[in-house]
Design a protein around this ligand. Structure first.
Ligand SMILES: [Zn+2]
Length: 453
């Protein structure tokens, strides 16, 4: 048993000040109190539940920041030309490269306060498109990376079959493909097995997008995955994708999902940028959630999600860092909110009642729905019997120190950067800066190798 003392700790509807948290040897919380008899370790910080990163493609971290110029000979740029640059990287990474990139990325996520990540994982096969001896070789590397640095991971092996609506896959997509539902289920099972190597790993299921799998196989695959497993799917990210879907199915992507699947609270619709009002109400009624990736969506010029209308109808949402062009959870929440403020020319668009606080609403929603995206139904912050996973904010920060608890979450989200984070804790263990720095050597070597390949 070990006891930590924090200056304050956030529970769902109250602050405990100070907070003594005792954990057992597995980092499971045994007691929380504002007083304590006996030994304890003091942390000059404020404990908040760890951020949840509900959407990641780890390998893309290797190209973050390198595609911010017009491609050769082009006068404009968009999502689709960025995708070609991303394919160049996807065609070249080895399992060792993926592990080195993911280890660096996950350590950076921890430094930014994320304690869990959902890996939407679709680079499955070798560079010729042949399956590895272990079907889940690449997923295994992601789990190993997560275990090495101590972040929790939900591995979501992705079903990818075609190039576009009704069109075969291109050669450049060869590393992603499962030809049939049976092929996908074999990959899913191997991935599930790989999760057993790390107590912080669990499994999800996913479809890349409506354009990447044929309709009858989407329905068949979804019906064969256990009901309680979270299901992730990219949807309506780009207007072109919506137009192609209408041309092919005569329906918009979310409209098709609502009409053809058992869409429910275990569905996590990633991006959902271009929705009409029927689709917004349909998602809300189905209790499905959306996963928003504001820095990536901004970077790729996707468009703005209709957060205000969705939220007013009780819609649930989490955040993810997707391509990892940004890794700061406070910034993700800010960009999300500011996009709406700029669009509507109003402030505090999340607040529906007098006295409600934007930062508090955004923080709590992104944590609770983020957990759900990872297959974790726990809604309580720091409950007895749950692991002590926390982001610890520096209580001596110039803006944090004098702020009332009532406005603290907004101060953190709207006015702090990563320097306000004192440390991150997973299973009651402090993740130290030193262990985070160790992976740089392998990461630099990998980037160099990929440049020369
Ligand atoms: Zn994505």
């Amino acid at each position: 048993m070990k006891t930590w003392k924090f200056d304050a700790l956030l529970q769902n509807n109250t602050w405990i000040t100070p907070a003594f948290v005792s954990v057992d040897n597995n980092g499971v919380i045994k007691s929380i109190d504002s007083q304590h008899q006996g030994e304890f370790h003091t942390i000059k910080g404020i404990a908040l539940p760890g951020y949840q990163n509900a959407h990641s493609h780890a390998f893309q971290y290797a190209m973050a920041g390198t595609a911010e110029h017009l491609p050769k000979g082009a006068l404009t740029d968009d999502f689709w030309s960025w995708r070609e640059a991303m394919y160049n990287l996807a065609l070249n990474v080895t399992p060792e490269n993926v592990r080195a990139i993911a280890t660096m990325l996950y350590s950076e996520m921890l430094r930014h306060g994320y304690t869990s990540v959902t890996e939407f994982h679709y680079v499955h096969h070798d560079t010729n498109g042949e399956p590895y001896t272990n079907l889940a070789e690449m997923g295994t590397q992601l789990i190993t990376a997560a275990k090495e640095v101590g972040i929790k991971i939900t591995l979501v092996p992705i079903f990818y079959q075609m190039g576009d609506f009704g069109k075969p896959a291109s050669k450049r997509q060869r590393r992603f493909l499962s030809k049939t539902v049976e092929d996908y289920l074999a990959l899913y099972e191997k991935s599930q097995e790989a999760c057993k190597s790390y107590c912080g790993a669990n499994i999800g299921a996913g479809i890349h997008s409506l354009r990447a799998v044929c309709d009858k196989d989407i329905i068949s695959m979804l019906s064969q995955i256990p009901k309680n497993i979270p299901r992730h799917i990219h949807v309506s990210e780009q207007q072109k994708e919506v137009d192609s879907c209408i041309a092919y199915f005569g329906q918009r992507p979310v409209e098709w999902l609502l009409n053809n699947t058992d869409i429910n609270e275990n569905y996590h619709l990633v991006h959902a940028t271009h929705l009409n009002s029927q689709e917004i109400s349909g998602i809300c009624k189905s209790k499905a959630q959306v996963v928003l990736c504001p820095s990536t969506e901004g970077n790729l010029g996707d468009g703005l999600f209709s957060l205000r209308d969705f939220w007013k109808q009780g819609g649930r949402w989490s955040i993810g860092t997707d391509s990892h062009i940004g890794l700061n959870p406070m910034e993700e929440l800010r960009i999300l909110d500011y996009g709406q403020r700029l669009h509507w020319q109003k402030r505090n668009i999340l607040c529906n009642k007098e006295g409600e606080d934007s930062g508090e609403l955004a923080f709590k929603e992104s944590i609770i729905s983020g957990r759900k995206a990872m297959g974790n139904d726990v809604k309580d912050f720091f409950a007895i019997g749950q692991p002590l996973d926390a982001v610890i904010i520096d209580s001596s920060h110039p803006l944090i120190a004098p702020t009332s608890k009532e406005r603290l979450l907004s101060t953190i989200i709207y006015s702090c950067d990563v320097s306000a984070i004192f440390a991150t804790m997973v299973n009651g263990n402090l993740i130290s800066e030193n262990s985070l720095q160790k992976c740089k050597v392998d990461f630099f070597k990998t980037i160099k190798e990929l440049k020369n390949r």
